[in-house]
Design a protein around this ligand. Structure first.
Ligand SMILES: [Zn+2]
Length: 443
């Protein structure tokens, strides 16, 4: 492995920053003339099968990540295309980030006396938590306010120290960097550390071995994944295994599209999207991701928020349960098919980055807001009301105590509040939050 700035010639070893001190972006390279891909086939599947193109490490911290299944999508028939699913949900912690973590943690071990740190909106943090546990090291994870519940549960289960910071991961990144410096932690955030990219790029090697795709649709948040896949194929090009890089297609949501909108040369938004892993407003890997897509001759697709459920549903018909942030590739595929973007012999790979089991951000508000509670909210929307009156108007026969309990819970959730008192009667009304939730549920 070598890291040399191609502008000023400075070489880097041990801790490798994303950019040279002269400002130029750095890239890890290898002696490509020595790589013999035939050797790969003799080894077990997984990230470390490709060790000649990975950083040298003293000790590998692994949970047998990578080597995820690839299978033909049933959708192929319907669309008259050759579509394949690369199911990254089958990694140890349920996302492609385990490819990143195994290499970053293995490499960082000598520098992580006090532990590891990552800024993440979920998957990287859950993954780091697992690999740090495996390595007997502390994991510190800086996560934004809103994080998918399943990912949070993983972080907690693996004993990570959780630091909540900021609205989206954008704010968490510099904070993690600062904490790393102050506390002697090894920062594995992809925006601050190039090493993990090396692990992620093995996805490209697998796709090449198994499929030789012409097009790859990649859910794109921070841009690190699509860049990694690009780097993987560029190295295959370098060693003479391929003649060209497959067309890379970056998929984002219309709500938050800093990378896709640049590729498409349109004005993009940076709003909250329920595809949480794609809620990155100013991705630090943006330039790299845009360049990767452009150099591959690919494109970008924007997916509407309303299409996320459809994407998730169509994937479940394939037997794959994906998070929204991964399911985006399905509506993107349909859109490109509609535009006659593909040719008949194209081989299209959909990268399904993370499991749906991990991603129930809205679950709490949704599941709680069924039946009686929803009915109470509706009653209170019309006019303020008190306990007995509410009880009388509830359609389902139930005990007053049960209704009272619902009222108390709605109050503690901040969805209703005391409006005024008349005698002993407490009149309740909707809070702003309650009104918004009701509105969302009735859309
Ligand atoms: Zn330089």
């Amino acid at each position: 492995m070598e890291v040399r700035c191609h502008k000023c010639g400075r070489a880097y070893s041990s801790i490798i920053p994303p950019s040279c001190i002269c400002g130029e972006g750095l890239e890890i390279t290898y002696d490509y003339s020595k790589v013999d891909v035939k050797k790969w086939r003799m080894r077990n599947r997984g990230v470390w099968r490709y060790k000649e193109l990975l950083p040298e490490v003293k000790k590998i911290v692994s949970l047998n990540e990578g080597g995820s299944p690839l299978f033909k999508a049933k959708l192929s028939k319907e669309l008259g295309l050759e579509v394949f699913i690369k199911d990254e949900t089958r990694n140890p912690t349920g996302s492609f980030k385990d490819r990143f973590a195994t290499v970053a943690v293995s490499y960082g071990l000598p520098f992580a006396e006090n532990g590891f740190i990552v800024a993440s909106d979920g998957n990287s943090a859950a993954s780091l938590a697992a690999y740090a546990a495996r390595a007997n090291k502390e994991a510190f994870v800086v996560i934004p306010r809103r994080v998918d519940k399943g990912k949070l549960i993983q972080m907690i289960a693996f004993g990570a120290k959780i630091i909540r910071y900021g609205e989206s991961v954008d704010e968490a990144i510099p904070y993690a960097k600062e904490l790393a410096k102050l506390n002697g932690l090894y920062d594995v955030t992809s925006a601050s550390n190039l090493i993990g990219i090396e692990g992620q790029k093995t996805l490209a090697f697998e796709l090449w071995e198994e499929l030789k795709p012409t097009h790859i649709l990649v859910p794109t948040g921070s841009g690190s994944n699509i860049y990694s896949i690009y780097k993987g194929f560029k190295e295959l090009l370098e060693i003479g295994a391929v003649e060209e890089i497959p067309k890379l297609i970056a998929v984002q949501t219309e709500k938050c599209s800093p990378i896709a909108s640049e590729i498409l040369n349109i004005k993009g938004k940076k709003e909250f999207t329920k595809a949480l892993a794609l809620y990155v407003k100013d991705p630090l890997n943006k330039e790299k991701a845009v360049r990767a897509v452009k150099e591959s001759g690919g494109t970008a697709v924007l997916v509407r928020e309303e299409e996320l459920d459809m994407g998730e549903r169509l994937l479940t018909k394939e037997g794959v349960f994906a998070e929204y942030a991964s399911a985006v590739v399905v509506p993107a595929l349909l859109k490109l098919k509609e535009e006659n973007y593909f040719e008949k012999d194209d081989k299209i790979a959909l990268v399904i980055t993370g499991s749906g089991l991990k991603s129930f951000y809205e679950e709490k508000e949704r599941s709680i807001m069924t039946g009686t509670k929803l009915e109470i909210l509706r009653l209170l929307r019309d006019k303020p009301s008190y306990g007995y009156e509410i009880w009388e108007n509830i359609s389902k026969p139930m005990k007053y105590q049960a209704v009272y309990q619902h009222i108390k819970e709605l109050e503690s959730l901040g969805l209703i509040k005391e409006a005024y008192k008349r005698g002993r009667r407490i009149y309740y009304t909707l809070t702003g939050k309650g009104a918004r939730i009701l509105e969302n549920l009735e859309e």
